[in-house]
Design a protein around this ligand. Sequence first.
Ligand code: HSE
Length: 577
Amino acid sequence: MHRYPITVLKFGSSVLCCEADLSKAVQEIYRWTRDGHRVVAVVSAIGSTTDSLVARAQTYGSNLSDEAVAMLVATGEATSAALLTLALERAGLHSVVVDEVRLGLRTRGPILNAEPCGIDVPRVLSILENASVAVVPGFVGRQEDGTLSLLGRGGSDLTAVFVAHHLGAERCRLVKDVNGIFEHDPADKVNVPRRYSTVSWAQAVRVGNGVVQPRAIEFAEQHGLTIEVATLNSDSPTLICGLPISFADQFPSATPLRVGLLGAGTVGLGVYRTLAAHPETFDIRRIAVRQLEREDGIPPALLTHDPWEVVSSDCDVIIELIGGLSPARELIEAALKSGKHVITANKLVVSRHGKQLRRIAEFAGVQLLYSAAVGGGVPMLEQVSRIAQSSGIRTLHGVVNGTTNFILDRLAEGLSREDALGEAQRLGFAEQDPTSDLDGSDAAHKLALLAQTAFGAWLNPADIERTGIEHFDSEAVRDAARSGHSVRLVASLSRGEFGLRARIAPQLFAHTHAFAQTINEENCLEIESQSGDVVQVRGKGAGRWPTAVSVMADVCDIYRAQQLGVAEEFLVAGRAS
Ligand code: HSE
């Protein structure tokens, strides 16, 4: 048993058709890390890269060196692993490239069709202690003598299954462009195929139409490992396991989620780009912006000045990213009352009016989600909620404001307060009014939301005891740095005899402390459970991509719930007829 459940996800060329598709993999990986999983992401080369590389080698004749061919072809996986890691880092997920050497993936047999025989399990587990994601180039190993080797066509599936087995992973999911294994081509609209819900390993080799590499299935059978085959953002994979064939219920094809967006600034534009990359899943109906003349590629026909037009449009969900108290609160309220789900990153509105808005949402039978309101891409509310429901929470301590953390780091380097703030604003970390970052009120709003999730209490953020860094002496920050310490603005919450104690204050930490190692715009939260265990979550707490990935995780939750609702309605209608 590991301290964290491990999920192995494999992204093949059918999912990574082009570089832009890496954001889809990021979103899928985030889905699991926000639930507390460590992810090993195994990647194939992007699109038709492998074919191009093989063809390129063949231009040198027919009697080719296997070693040179393996080395050339492996650059496809190396490139996609490096790019995925960069995309994950941009979204604030702490990720490490674990190539075949670090993975210790030893192979034997023919260089171009080698058989894996071991990995360095302790090393990978220790990497996963510190990083949320290990990105592994699939298909590639090393022979005993260090020569690079390939695991045969489709060999990334084998890498994933092999690694999942050796790490004792909780799940091994092969992410494909189709949602599982079908009787025949799922694109056939006349003779519509059934989809397998379960299929035994031997049957999967026979009926699988090559969707999964047969050698990977055979390896799984030898070790009793279940393989999940699913598309992105799916709740219903085909399981290749010890069970005989069963078929999934057939439902109408998935309907796109209709989305209205309020705001296309720093975060809104990131959300727009992610939504637009999934046109089969998301139908963007309308976007309210301040500035109609833009050069960011949003189709002008989608744009309006009037946020109320978006709220009253035919959407399933409204994403509010305009910030501020008014008219954001009124817009959210109207959207909920008209039966639309709302997703917001607005901690100001939710910390002050969340209680009433929740009630309205419950009454209307819709959801109000705000994962991005605390911690940007760091799944703080998610982890607090998980621990509150399992063992209960004793205390919370954290760095929850990226702007002040960034400024404190710049001050320690000798920058002036004004220049440091200017840089934080330019990078899109600071609030519209950065006073709320500096005086600790942004942190207080977030602490109020953490308190609500941890203890079910709606604290008034204005009542939270708070000292900011607006008057903090820059020289003191530099002195601290010289003596091996860092100043951090810390939010703390505990429940004692006299109720909840919530506080925001600057504190000093030795360089070895987790909070001192929380650098730039990063955030970090330590959650102590009632049983005394301490869980730490860390990552980028502000900025376009970390916040967008968190908003999108809520959007994906609503999409999956909607698909489930359609399926249930379909079943009920079927039983009634
Ligand atoms: N201004 C906020 C911060 C943005 O710096 O943390 C993310 O909530």
